[in-house]
Design a protein around this ligand. Structure first.
Ligand SMILES: [Zn+2]
Length: 57
């Protein structure tokens, strides 16, 4: 995935999971950019599929 703020590209696993200590638990779907700490919403699976579909033309 790519940071909207600084343009840094990183794997979702490499991002900082913002809500490890969140009381809501796994309800939050944000990842933080390891470079600038900007919070980015995770891409749901269906959006990834949609992007693939569009990329195919
Ligand atoms: Zn960033």
């Amino acid at each position: 995935m790519r940071c909207d703020f600084c343009g840094y590209e990183f794997k979702e696993e490499d991002g900082i999971q913002g809500c490890k200590s969140c009381p809501v638990g796994s309800g939050c779907k944000m990842v933080k950019c390891p470079r600038c700490n900007y919070e980015i919403p995770k891409e749901p699976q269906w959006i990834k599929k949609l992007k693939k579909w569009f990329a195919r033309g």
